[in-house]
Design a protein around this ligand. Sequence first.
Ligand SMILES: [Zn+2]
Length: 588
Amino acid sequence: MAHLIPENLLEDILGRLDIVEVISGYIQLKKAGRNFKANCPFHHEKTASFMVSAERQIYHCFGCGESGNAFKFLMRHERMEFPEAVEILAKKTGVHLPQWDQPEVARAASLSSQLYKINQLALSFYENNLQSLNSTAASDYLLNRGIRLETIKEFHLGLAGSAWDGLINFLRSKNIPLSLMETAGLVLAKESGGYYDRFRNRIIIPVFNIHGQVIGFGARVTDNSLPKYINSPETPVYVKGRNLFGLNLAKDSIRDLDCVVIVEGYLDFIMPYQEGWKNIVASQGTALTLEQIKLLKRYTHNVVMVYDGDTAGELATMRSLDLLIEEGMHVKIAPLPKDKDPDVIVRQEGIKSLKIKIENALSFFDYKLGILKGRYNVGEAHGKSQIASEMLLTINRFDNAILRGEYIKKLSEDLKISEHYILEELNKLKTKVTDSKLSPSIVQKKLSEINPVEKLLIKFMIEEKELIGKIMQELLPSDFQDARTAKIVQVMHDLVLKGKNIEPNILMNYFNEDDANQLVCETMFMPAILEDEREKAVNDCIARIKVQRLKSKREYLHVQIKSAQNMGDEQRLNSLVQEFHNLIKKGD
Ligand SMILES: [Zn+2]
């Protein structure tokens, strides 16, 4: 939550309100022991896994991992930006907010807003290039591809010239430091020192977030050279799995028509859009992520996937299918002939041809069954069983029992297998997946890999401020192996030094990453440790982290020693080996 609003005001607001009351204004909460619970408003579920803690003033969903404080709830539930959520809750609690667009505050603009600004400057540079540089080849290329002038303008297409330092010099003239250009992913460091432009000799396609801010760029060659596309790397403002190309332009149409067409590439979006097809987004390659699906769910539950007819497209479609179904979306698939994508179809056959393909889109059932029949021999018992079990993997993801029943009946008829056997297989599948849960989000999966010892220590530290000092005498934040736990520890440590309180709902005002917030909330809902076992538990955790620290130091030295050996650096080798011996003596 990067922001410019003073921390003490945020604390003041949070201190005056009750999160239970705030959330109750939007969904119905039921008392559950010390907490409150509800069906999660952020993911589709039948049993309540959304918890609100009055004591901690936070919420956490055990199903999808969504969590945070009262600000975060408003941001997510009402799709607000942070300042807007603060304003609303300030009004509610009677806290007076100063105007935060004052110059001194503006100077402290967050990293994100600096990156948006740099990206915007880069966009104007590229756009200007396309118009003014010796760029007839580039313009001709676009026009020949059927992209009209007004489309070039609407999408702010641009051109990166052949110079190695064109953008660098332009941004320098605007007093942008090189380090920020690098963070924005626009320049690359040379091995010999210095920097060069990431994009050269390419058409530039800016990528916008849902609010219309430039977050990154795609860059396409104008000839047949490879790679065809290069893209901005991920940056603090550009997380690829969280964005959908074109959603900023398409969202109103998607909502109005209550349907979205998902294509793969930039041009697959641009060409149909130009022809008046506005309810469309591009996933930018690969399969959809859970976050992208959640983004779409705000506007519609009806999806038509139009993916390239090649193997990669097929795989991406199959993977996305299951996730979409699990999220309660109604999915259809319009498979395209091999080697044809929407861009090519619109150019060669016209928008009508694409329209017909979308209107005739297949149900998930027919699409997947068709593909599986191409893969396995349906005439053999073994092939049949393969097809059935792969179909069941998807059918099993439907929340609705009636739908599941219908599809099982269809499958039984199509494969000529008794429904009884199919149900038997489905039940096996069910017992297998209930433990591991069907839909762990990607974020959650990563978080769950964090060492539980680190999580437990964080829980102790949040619950008992005195422990932070004790633990910090023994450990450094960097001893925590996960970047997010390390960051949380660092922030707590800093706050204690400043004499501040550690409350979980306030703590999360200091994190930009959702993951860190989620982690804090998750630890708060972990089972409590009995009072008389706490001290031992804390000591055990510290000891374990020390062992882990030693182990990673050893591994690090090991790698260093190997590299010194390879390079024949005797002197360095000797000192490293010495260090290694010291470590072992000290450690064991
Ligand atoms: Zn949830």
